[in-house]
Design a protein around this ligand. Structure first.
Ligand code: FAD
Length: 258
């Protein structure tokens, strides 16, 4: 299979770099083809701005319309079009990053902002009073898998149900549900390395072995059971979950898991 790793860490000798190298070695040994988009090494421009659309009026830039035109007319920056080609090539996409301020580093968010053009990753399918486009389980990436590989400074307990930082599934929901499931990816449970500052050779060996196991399961383990938008679970056009579908006590972001 073909796997794209989108990697966002500035340090070539960081823990994240070691984990990336381990992951690529394991996936390659399993017979997969792997491409790494190393955003810092590529000098990725983090912000979506007028420079991406030189033909558009700068003072009144309509970013959605400009994005649509540039994608449709083939006038996107070459690096944006290349990342789109890589996404279409891949059977699975892995986003790897250190948790920075409870989210992805800005350079990776900027990759999403710029590469997910209108007409490519969103704004697809029929939009009417009966249907709200192809999204949340449908879309350009339907049939592909995606997974997050994340390191945190905080402890695992800090990210549990009653932990001070909030549950990790809630913090990652905008990425997993919003950025990955929205354009069609089936999303795997994340691989999270907590308390990354406390790493030594023995712990790295254990973490690496677990990462190997997750990589071998990439096309085998079941994805998170997010509810499909067009699968009958939501009222149209309010896009609210139909009453009674939740399990006892299910609330918040968890409502969107079947
Ligand atoms: P590194 O600092 O590179 O390494 C961590 C440890 O692993 C070091 O001790 C290193 O020696 C060791 N190591 C590296 N490679 C190996 C190897 N091959 N074998 C054995 N040991 C190795 N944390 C949170 O929990 N929540 C936040 O919101 C948050 N926000 C942050 C915001 C910013 C701007 C920054 C800079 C940090 C933030 N952090 C936060 C902490 C951050 O998540 C961690 O610093 C990061 O995940 C650690 O990953 P790293 O690759 O940078 O580790």
């Amino acid at each position: 299979m073909k796997i794209l790793v989108v990697y966002a860490h500035p340090g070539p000798r960081s823990l994240n770099a070691s984990l990336r190298d381990r992951m690529v070695a394991t996936l390659t040994a399993e017979g997969h083809a792997v491409i790494v988009s190393d955003l810092h090494a590529q000098g990725w421009k983090a912000s979506l701005d007028g420079a991406d659309f030189p033909g558009e009026p700068g003072e009144q830039l309509d970013v959605v319309a400009a994005s649509h035109r540039a994608f449709a007319e083939g006038t996107q920056p070459a690096e944006v079009a290349e990342e789109q080609r890589r996404l279409l090539w891949a059977d699975a996409v892995i986003l790897q990053f250190p948790l920075w301020w409870f989210s992805m580093p800005a350079i990776l968010k900027g990759w999403v902002d710029r590469v997910y053009a209108h007409g490519f990753a969103y704004g697809r399918g029929e939009h009417s009073d009966r249907r709200w486009g192809d999204r949340y389980g449908e879309g350009v990436f339907a049939g592909k898998r995606a997974m997050l590989v994340v390191t945190t400074g905080g402890w695992e307990e800090h990210y549990q149900e009653r932990g001070i930082n909030g549950p990790i599934d809630d913090l990652l929901f905008p990425i997993q549900h919003g950025i990955l499931f929205y354009p069609g990816f089936a999303v795997m449970d994340p691989f999270v390395v907590y308390r990354a500052g406390r790493m030594d050779a023995a712990r790295f060996a254990a973490v690496g072995a677990e990462l190997d196991r997750r990589m071998r399961g990439l096309f085998v383990e079941p994805p998170i059971a997010y509810r499909q938008q067009n699968g009958g679970d939501y009222e149209i056009p309010s896009m609210t979950l139909r009453a009674g579908l939740e399990q006892a006590g299910q609330q918040g972001f968890r409502l969107h898991r079947g």
